[in-house]
Design a protein around this ligand. Structure first.
Ligand SMILES: *[C@@H]1O[C@H](CO)[C@@H](O)[C@H](O)[C@H]1NC(C)=O
Ligand SMILES: *[C@@H]1O[C@H](CO)[C@@H](O)[C@H](O)[C@H]1NC(C)=O
Ligand SMILES: *[C@@H]1O[C@H](CO)[C@@H](O)[C@H](O)[C@H]1NC(C)=O
Ligand SMILES: *[C@@H]1O[C@H](CO)[C@@H](O)[C@H](O)[C@H]1NC(C)=O
Ligand SMILES: *[C@@H]1O[C@H](CO)[C@@H](O)[C@H](O)[C@H]1NC(C)=O
Ligand SMILES: *[C@@H]1O[C@H](CO)[C@@H](O)[C@H](O)[C@H]1NC(C)=O
Ligand SMILES: *[C@@H]1O[C@H](CO)[C@@H](O)[C@H](O)[C@H]1NC(C)=O
Ligand SMILES: *[C@@H]1O[C@H](CO)[C@@H](O)[C@H](O)[C@H]1NC(C)=O
Length: 509
């Protein structure tokens, strides 16, 4: 998606190209779309697949399109050899292949970091080439999450980050058949904020919108269900003053140099511990997605896998929370409109005696409200007919599993671009440098690929991995999940608790 223009100056893009993409050879195949001709940028027949790189999927969201809904791109005369924009499609080299299943990847990064350059699919392609991978960017930070009454009165579109993801799926529906993809076998795969993006798409417009994909593989969905016009308004006005646009008028804000805007945003985020989050806007996000799921306000009829880490955030104390009073103070930072009785309820459900420090107590609350509680809502809404898993590998902190799912011994073409451009480096990439056991990684990749290819993690490579039962398959009270550990096991689900249900209610609304 050309959306990176809003995050990195064109110079930056040019520089990344000079730094490394292999030149396209005349042997590279070409795909003609109605607005652009794209030639594969890399890949070869002995590797078995091609990569079409930097395909424009939307008009650059700059100038009057900053904080506007994504627009379709205009016609491009130049042949795009990978230098024009920034969505990637990887597919197998066989020219007569048709109707391959499609994986659409949505990266995480706390809605303020991340990019399509991370977690690329080489490792998956070394197991099977019978699918197509689509990687794209979406707007991040303030350009993706402008919100609040002044912003709206001025004509800004809330939550453009979510509109961008909808657009990327619409692009896939419209154009992926030109690359040999089957538009009826699209799997949305996402991690962290990217996993929440998938859930926001299912529930968008309270379910009164077409289903964009057929299957979903949702890993550690992250999203703080904050609320309140007041908070969003304050943030918008604070950033606008910092860039000399007092009053937050859009005509002024749309003219601010992106790097300046981004720096000012990061400063305000840091100073006031602001958490970027999509906010309920009454339209695209008609309510929190948990509320939507429980009310059956969603449009998704396909199979779904949903997973979490055992220690997403709860193994290290939350910085700044040193005393019992700080626990309440931080709840108010995340949820400014929370009332004292709800704070008391949160404290009761996470009793002081269960933790060795106030910082760990808050970190465990954060793990529930930002991450794991979402999973139970989705599971119950789909009548427990989902494949669930918990990750116990290594530290099992947020993102540990990503290093296994995207394990690869080679990279087809070097990453182009800086993965942290687009906003403050958000959480969500996972801890770097965990030693990955390749045998475990390949098993996890096989579950994921089996799901992408067949809609069932058990359908392929049956003898290579443990059978993964659905949540409701064993009829146990707590539900069932697969546990990814040094040895895989099947055990009770750990999320069906009073605590989880409490956080899902979002009683600070
Ligand atoms: C790719 O396209 C750009 C712009 O059209 C052009 O300047 C460049 O020479 C092309 N590169 C190759 C390797 O064909
Ligand atoms: C194709 O890939 C193989 C295996 O990595 C490599 O040895 C060969 O040089 C590549 N050919 C081209 C033309 O890039
Ligand atoms: C749900 O998605 C399907 C498939 O895209 C579509 O036909 C249907 O109209 C959608 N439902 C609603 C209420 O929009
Ligand atoms: C906005 O700035 C005020 C101080 O002027 C501060 O109290 C408030 O916390 C800030 N809010 C946000 C969301 O940045
Ligand atoms: C933004 O911040 C970076 C890093 O601190 C700095 O190098 C850059 O000059 C700043 N840019 C602008 C336009 O303020
Ligand atoms: C919490 O403790 C850290 C040092 O451990 C200190 O830097 C910080 O200021 C303290 N926070 C509060 C709110 O007291
Ligand atoms: C789903 O599982 C939960 C236990 O986690 C149970 O309370 C609930 O009744 C089940 N729902 C259905 C529809 O089976
Ligand atoms: C994961 O495996 C380790 C090593 O065998 C074990 O100590 C730990 O209890 C296991 N964790 C879970 C949740 O099964």
């Amino acid at each position: 998606m050309r959306f990176t223009t809003s995050f990195l100056p064109l110079v930056g893009l040019g520089a990344t190209l000079a730094s490394g993409s292999p030149a396209a050879t005349p042997a590279m195949p070409t795909v003609r779309l109605d607005y652009s001709t794209v030639v594969a940028a890399t890949g070869n027949s002995s590797l078995g697949y091609y990569k079409y790189q930097n395909i424009r999927v939307a008009a650059p969201p700059t100038g009057s399109l900053r904080w506007a809904k994504p627009q379709w791109p205009t016609t491009e005369k130049a042949i795009n050899n990978g230098s024009l924009a920034s969505a990637d499609v990887s597919c197998q080299t066989s020219e007569d292949w048709k109707e391959a299943p499609v994986m659409v990847w949505t990266y995480g990064g706390g809605f303020s970091g991340g990019s399509k350059f991370r977690d690329t699919p080489e490792g998956l392609f070394s197991i099977s080439k019978d699918f197509i991978a689509v990687y794209y960017n979406y707007r991040l930070g303030l350009t993706g999450l402008g919100n609040g009454p002044t912003f709206n009165h001025e004509g800004g579109t809330s939550n453009t980050a979510l509109w961008d993801v909808q657009h990327a799926f619409e692009w896939t529906k419209k154009y992926i058949s030109a690359f040999g993809g089957d538009t009826e076998q699209i799997t949305a795969v996402g991690f962290s904020a990217g996993a929440s993006q998938v859930l926001f798409q299912m529930t968008r417009f309270a379910g009164h919108a077409p289903q964009l994909f057929n299957r979903a593989y949702v890993m550690s969905p992250g999203f703080v269900p904050g609320a309140g016009h007041h908070h969003a308004e304050e943030f918008w006005l604070n950033v606008s003053s910092a860039v000399d646009c007092n009053g937050g008028h859009l005509d002024c804000m749309r003219n601010v140099d992106f790097a300046k805007l981004n720096n000012a945003t990061n400063d305000v985020v840091k100073k006031y511990t602001y958490q970027f989050q999509p906010r309920v806007d009454g339209n695209f996000v008609a309510d929190t997605y948990e509320a939507q799921f429980y009310q059956k306000n969603f449009n998704f009829s396909g199979p779904l896998v949903i997973t979490h880490e055992l220690h997403e955030t709860n193994s290290s104390p939350w910085a700044g929370v040193n005393t019992t009073e700080d626990v309440a103070k931080y709840l108010k930072i995340f949820f400014p409109a929370i009332t004292d009785d709800i704070v008391q309820e949160a404290l009761r459900l996470h009793p002081e005696s269960a933790y060795t420090s106030p910082g760990l107590r808050f970190a465990d609350m954060k793990q529930s409200f930002d991450l794991t509680a979402h999973n139970l809502a989705v599971t119950q809404t789909l009548n427990n007919h989902t494949w669930n898993a918990a990750v116990a590998l290594g530290p099992a902190t947020h993102g540990t599993d990503q290093q296994y799912y995207f394990y690869s011994t080679y990279q087809l073409s070097p990453s182009t671009g800086n993965p942290t451009l687009g906003g403050p480096p958000g959480g969500g990439m996972g801890p770097p440098g965990i030693p990955v056991d390749p045998a475990i990684a390949v098993k996890m990749q096989k579950y994921m690929l089996s799901f992408i290819l067949k809609g069932d993690p058990n359908a392929l490579w049956k003898n290579d991995k443990l059978y993964w039962p659905m949540y409701d398959e064993k009829k146990s009270d707590s539900g069932t999940q697969l546990i990814f550990n040094t040895t895989f096991t099947v055990g009770p689900n750990d999320l069906a608790t009073e605590k989880t249900l409490f956080w899902n209610k979002a009683l600070w609304y």
